[in-house]
Design a protein around this ligand. Structure first.
Ligand SMILES: [Zn+2]
Ligand SMILES: [Zn+2]
Length: 368
């Protein structure tokens, strides 16, 4: 059996030690994979807003966190019973290993799986033996990490790891919001509100699906410029122009067939709601905070018809979507490389967090 008889290993990883404390590189202990688990040698991992939220205490208080969750690498060893991946496989990590048993999985809708899982064993801090909470069950700002084998999805190994890893989170969420949740089709009109990494990926997804018109909305002209390079055909600066009026004007007075809200705020959700054509679709992929409330005339919800949907992780099924999107990228039909702004080292994560607020970084990617 692969991996049997070796010892737990010590590697370097980026830890968030406590609320709002700067992150730091520490030695961590990665156990041998147990049944259903795999140890992955991480080659690249993108820096996501969610990592920053973990550091700030916005997700839970289970410090210390092992950060990083948009990663690709090579499987080093697997535990008992693992058959889908083997040592040497190049994989993208996902944060939702599908169970195959829950009511969603049994009804043939595993992308909604209600009982996803991560590794059972814990990685620990070498200095104190404290258990680490891996971000989104991954923890990949580390030379190696322990995950559930179902979190590893094999893709064509000729793709670069820094590009591939981004599919593990934000880029998949955006592309999936357009293709899976919004079901954008050939000739549709699409508007995307909020052009950060997820919004830009939604634009790229709409473009891939053959949308006739893709309207990008943001308050930052630099982001609108990037959105155009991702496939937006029109841009609206919503600081200067009412986006609902502008989207209607650009769609013959009607509104877009699909409007994707990639901000996660009540104001922008309302814009999405009213910028949509009758019987159109609103997709919420931006993540709101607990105190936010939405108020809409119920008659408008009824009268405008159509669908109001939320997109979890782009409603992706990693085993279906990751290899396909990597193939499209390798064929030159989806420029995933455009999402990588800079590559950095493990010790640069704190600086990358600071740069996030600048608005000129889509993704910093840690390369190991
Ligand atoms: Zn992420
Ligand atoms: Zn399930």
């Amino acid at each position: 059996m692969e991996g049997a008889g070796t010892m737990a290993q010590e590697v370097r990883g980026v830890i968030a030690p406590g609320k709002d404390e700067p992150v730091r590189v520490e030695t961590i202990v990665v156990p041998d994979p147990g049944p259903g688990e795999a140890v992955v040698q991480v080659q690249a991992c993108g820096v996501c807003h969610t990592d920053l939220h973990y550091k700030q205490g916005g997700i839970s208080d289970d410090y210390p966190f092992l950060l990083g969750h948009e990663a690709a690498g090579v499987v080093e060893s697997v535990g008992e019973g693992v058959t889908d991946v083997a040592p040497g496989d190049f994989v993208i990590l996902n944060w939702r290993a599908v169970c195959g048993q829950c009511r969603a999985c049994l009804r043939g809708r595993p992308w909604y799986c209600f009982d996803t899982h991560n590794a059972d064993q814990k990685m620990t801090l070498a200095s104190t033996g404290q258990e680490l909470s891996p971000a989104l069950g991954i923890g990949a700002f580390a030379e190696k990490t322990l995950v559930a084998a179902g979190q590893c999805t094999k893709v064509d190994p000729s793709v670069s790891a820094q590009v591939a890893g981004l599919l593990g989170c934000g880029v998949m969420a955006g592309i999936g919001a357009a293709i899976n949740t919004g079901q954008v089709g050939r000739g549709d009109t699409v508007a995307v509100i909020g052009c950060g990494g997820v919004g830009d990926a939604a634009i790229a997804g709409a473009n891939l699906a053959g949308a006739a018109k893709i309207i990008a909305v943001d308050i930052d002209d630099r982001k609108l410029e990037t959105a155009r390079s991702m496939g937006a055909t029109h841009t609206v600066n919503s600081r200067e122009t009412d986006p609902v009026e502008a989207i209607r004007e650009l769609t013959g007075g009607f509104g877009a067939d699909v409007v994707i809200e990639a901000v996660g705020r009540p104001e922008t959700y309302k814009q999405a709601f009213y910028a949509r054509d009758l019987a159109g679709t609103v997709v919420l992929v931006g993540v709101p905070t607990p105190e936010m409330k939405l108020e809409l005339p119920l008659l408008d919800v009824f009268g405008r018809g159509g669908a109001l949907k939320s997109s979890w992780y782009g409603d992706c099924l990693p085993s279906r979507d990751f290899p396909m999107l990597i193939d499209l990228h390798l064929q030159g039909r989806l420029d995933l490389g455009a999402f990588v702004t800079e590559t950095i080292g493990l010790t640069d994560v704190e600086k990358a967090f600071e740069r996030m607020h600048g608005g000129d970084v889509l993704r910093s990617v840690v390369v190991l």
